[in-house]
Every structure is written in structure tokens, then in C-alpha cells.
Design a protein around this ligand. Structure first.
Ligand SMILES: [Ca+2]
Ligand SMILES: [Ca+2]
Ligand SMILES: [Ca+2]
Length: 308
């Protein structure tokens, strides 16, 4: 058993491949057969492991050449090139980005750095890459039954495109749930369509950054029950207004979003249902959602629906 680049190399036997060269990073998923030198159930019986100059030298047997000296170039982890002995190499020696400090792949589904879009998840694919697929957040506050309406209107002149979402809460909402949009809490409006092959596809992403100045005034205002956002220039993604209002009883908490113009990147209509809409805090601390299983109108110009 010999260590190289943060992994142990050893000989082990199992029925399919016989006694062959294995390596481990200490996890079950990272314990793998390196090479079936004597193909099939025959043994190559690797022995006499020695590390020199980034290579692993050992003796092993295979029928054509008999027992000879072998070398494994385990590569240099962190050089950006996936070499023998590495699952991946993302050019760094850092954990938490799907390709570990030892160039092993972090587990499928492990969290990885955000792509700056809260409408997408940020998860490892189990092969060393961080994937940002559309992801419907679990546990967002639901709307009161039939308590949320959605209108998306698309015109041939996109400056007349329009978004309107009105939402009433299924439960009480405290004002502090809304965070501090005057200084640090941004908001993003996400529309998810069921995918043809995936669970969800992103129909719309529209962000309202925290703070900021809109037409000479602060974009966000605070009032006794909540916050309001107003941006007549609809930067950056077409949102012109957000209202966040706390409420002490079901139906009393209210959230609304409006958008318009060509910066609003509306999806191509009609839309597949059930549609899921989520307004999320950019810091991930809270979100509000509604689902639309049937539409009142759903054609190439207008999607209009009331929530489940
Ligand atoms: Ca490498
Ligand atoms: Ca890494
Ligand atoms: Ca993301």
C-alpha cells in the first residue's frame, strides 16, 4: 500500500478482475480499480510499490510478457489536465467545487459554487463538474388556494411585453421574512415549465437587485408592513415593480411582481403546465410560490391563469 497525490494505491482481489491495482481516497465512492492489467479474472498481483517523480512503480504479471516492471503516471493534480489516476482536474487544489483537492470527483448532488442565478441549482454531477440546471426550490411559502394570478403577455413589439404576478399567502408572513432589500437582499422571479426530458426548464429569470437608485430615488422603499420596489427603466431584466407585504393571517400577506418591455425575456408562448412560479430572495433565506395546473388562456400571445 503506497500513497501518491493524496490517494492510497494497493492490491486487492475480487472475482471479476482478480488481484489487481486499486486506489482509494478514503471514501467508498473513491475506492476504485485503477487497471485490469491481467484482463478478466486472472491476477496481475501488483507488488513492490515505489513512488518516484510522481509515478507509481510496481511489479505485475500479465500473460503476454510475464512478470515485469510497470509504471503508473498519476499526473499532477491541479494542472487542469485530467491524467491517469485522476477522475477530474479543474486546475485547482480546492474542495467544494465538484473536483476535490486530490482530483477525485465529489459525490453526485453535492453543492457547488453558485452561478449567480438563484433559479438554477448548483450541484455536482458526480464526474467532477458543477452543473447549474433549473431547480424548483423546496419549501417555498405556498399561495392561498386559488390565491395567485399570473399574466404573461407577448407582443410582436417586445417593448409591450408584460408580466404581472399577484400572490396572497396561505399563512401569516412576518416582515423580517423579506430581509433587507434596501441594502443587501435582492430578489429573483423564476418561472419553471415542466421539461420535455428534465423535471424543469426555466421560462423566465428576472432579478431586482438590492439597494440602488432608480430615476433619482432609491429603488426600494420600506413601509410599515413591508417593502416596495420601483424601477421605471426596468433594469436589468424587465422588472418594474415588486411589492412585499407582511400579514398576520392567511390571505393577508401579499406579494406582487410586475415587469414590462423588451428587457423582460419572456418564454415562447404557449407554455406547458403545470407551471411553477417562485419569487426567491437571492440569499436563499425565503421564497414564495404558486403553481398553475390549468390556464384560462394559453396561446402564442397570452398566458393567463389562477393558481391551484
Ligand atoms: Ca492533472
Ligand atoms: Ca477543485
Ligand atoms: Ca444557481
Amino acid at each position: 500500500m503506497t500513497a501518491l497525490n493524496g490517494r492510497l494505491y494497493f492490491s486487492a482481489v475480487e472475482p471479476t478482475h482478480g488481484r489487481e491495482l486499486w486506489r482509494t481516497d478514503g471514501t467508498a465512492a473513491g475506492t476504485v480499480l485503477v487497471a485490469d492489467i491481467n484482463p478478466g479474472p486472472g491476477d496481475s498481483t501488483p507488488t513492490a510499490f515505489t513512488v518516484l517523480g510522481g509515478h507509481l512503480f510496481f511489479r505485475a504479471f500479465e500473460p503476454m510478457t510475464g512478470r515485469e516492471l510497470w509504471a503508473l503516471n498519476a499526473g499532477t493534480c491541479g494542472n487542469g489536465i485530467t491524467e491517469p489516476g485522476e477522475d477530474c482536474d479543474d486546475g485547482n487544489r480546492a474542495d467544494g467545487d465538484c473536483c476535490s483537492a486530490n482530483c477525485t470527483a465529489e459525490p453526485n448532488g453535492a453543492p457547488c459554487p453558485d452561478d449567480g442565478n438563484v433559479c438554477t441549482g448548483d450541484r455536482c454531477d458526480g464526474a467532477g463538474t458543477c452543473v447549474h440546471a433549473p431547480e424548483i426550490t423546496d419549501g417555498c411559502q405556498p399561495a392561498l388556494p386559488r390565491g395567485a394570478s399570473l399574466l404573461l403577455a407577448q407582443r410582436s413589439r417586445h417593448r409591450k411585453d408584460r408580466l404581472r404576478w399577484e400572490w396572497r399567502s396561505a399563512a401569516a408572513i412576518r416582515k423580517d421574512t423579506f430581509g433587507t432589500p434596501l441594502t443587501s437582499t435582492g430578489y429573483t422571479f423564476c418561472v419553471y415549465e415542466p421539461g420535455e426530458t428534465s423535471e424543469a426548464e426555466l421560462g423566465l429569470v428576472a432579478n431586482a437587485p438590492p439597494g440602488g437608485v432608480c430615476a433619482g430615488k432609491p429603488c426600494w422603499r420600506e413601509h410599515w408592513a413591508g417593502f416596495g420596489y420601483r424601477d421605471t427603466r426596468a433594469t436589468p431584466d424587465g422588472l418594474t415593480s415588486i411589492r412585499l407585504r407582511a400579514g398576520q393571517a392567511p390571505g393577508k400577506g401579499r406579494v406582487s411582481c410586475r415587469g414590462s418591455g423588451s428587457k423582460l425575456r419572456l418564454p415562447r408562448l404557449p407554455l406547458r403546465t403545470p407551471l411553477t412560479v417562485q419569487l426567491k430572495r437571492d440569499d436563499g433565506a425565503a421564497c414564495w410560490q404558486a403553481r398553475y395546473s390549468a390556464a384560462k388562456r394559453n396561446d402564442i400571445h397570452v398566458f393567463k391563469a389562477r393558481s391551484e
